[in-house]
Ligand binder design. Sequence first.
Ligand code: NAP
Length: 318
Amino acid sequence: MTEGGRTLKLALVGLGKIARDQHLPAIEATPGARLAAIASRHAGLDGLPCYPTIDALLAAEPGIDAVTLCTPPDRRFAQALAALDAGKHLMLEKPPGATLAEVAALGRRAAAAGVTLFATWHSREAAAVGPARRWLAGREIRSARITWKEDVRHWHPGQGWIWEPGGLGVFDPGINALSIATAILPDPLLVARSALHFPSNRATPIAAEVDMVTAAGAPVAMELDWRQTGPQTWDISVETDDGALTLSKGGAVLTIDGAEQLAEPDEEYRRLYARFVELVAAGESDVDMSPLMLVADAFLVGRRHVVEPFFDAPEMAT
Ligand code: NAP
C-alpha cells in the first residue's frame, strides 16, 4: 500500500520482453499495486489506457502514483526525468541508466521532488542470494569466480539496442552477476583489468574477462560470454577460510561444500514490486550504483579485442 494504505496506481513504459515476461505477472500478483496505464510505441493491453509516449500518459492520467520504466537504458533518462518532475514514484529496470552521472542526477531529482526512486537489481532477489550473503558474512574470502555464459540469440532476440553504445553488450547480463557479487561479498570490489571482445560489426562486447580484487585483497575473476549454446551457466563460486559456496542458476540454487541447500522457484519480480510498495510507503529510495560502477570501470581499463562479426541469424555468419 502507499501512504495511507491506498493501492499504488502504476504505469508501465516499454512493453518489450521483460515487461511481458515478468513485470505484468508480478504486478498482477502484488497486493497494494495495480497496473493503471501503459505507454508503448507499438502495443496495447486490453482494458487498459495506452499512450504512445510517457509525456502523453502523464498528461492524460494525473491520478497515476508511480511509473516503471522497462525501456532500454540508453533511452530512459528523459522518461525518468518526466516521471519525477510530474511527482511520480519511479522504478527502473536494471541497469538504472546509460551513465553513472545520469543515475546520480535522477537520485538528486527524486530527493528534491520528495518521491521514491527504486533502481532495481532483479538478480539480488533470487532465492539463494540472501542466504549466501548471510553465510559469507564473517568468513574470510580467499577467492571468487563468476561465470556467466548464455546464448544472446535466445535471451535478446533481435534487440538492436544491446549492440549500440550504452547498450552494454554482454555486460547487460553480466551486470546481474555483479549485482549479486556486490550484495553477497562482505568487501567492496575493485576492477584491476579487463579484456573486452567486440564483434567487428558491433559497438558493444560479446564476451569479456574481468579481473577484480576485493578491498581485502582476494582475487575475483569474472568471465562473460554471450556465445554459449546448449546449457547456460550463471554461477558464482566463493572460496573462504571456512568452506566453499556456489550460487548457480543466477542465484536460485545454493551449494555449500558440495551439498545443495536451496532450489526455490523464481520470485524475483514479485519481490521487487513488494519492495517498491514498501519503499513508497516508507518514503524511501533505494539506488545502489555499485554494479554499474564496476561495469563502467571494466570499460575504462578494458583492452579491446576484435572478434568475428555477430549476426542475429546464425546462417548470415557463413
Ligand atoms: P526489449 O524487448 O527490446 O523491450 C524494450 C522496449 O522498450 C521495447 O519493446 C519498446 O517498447 C521500448 N522502447 C522505447 N524506445 C525504444 C527504442 N528507442 N528502442 C527500442 N525499444 C524502445 O528489451 P527488454 O529485454 O525488455 O529489456 C528492457 C530492459 O529490461 C533492459 O534494461 C534490460 O537490461 C532489462 N532486462 C531484460 C531482461 C531480459 O531477459 N530480456 C531481463 C531482466 C532485465 P514499446 O514498443 O512498447 O514502446
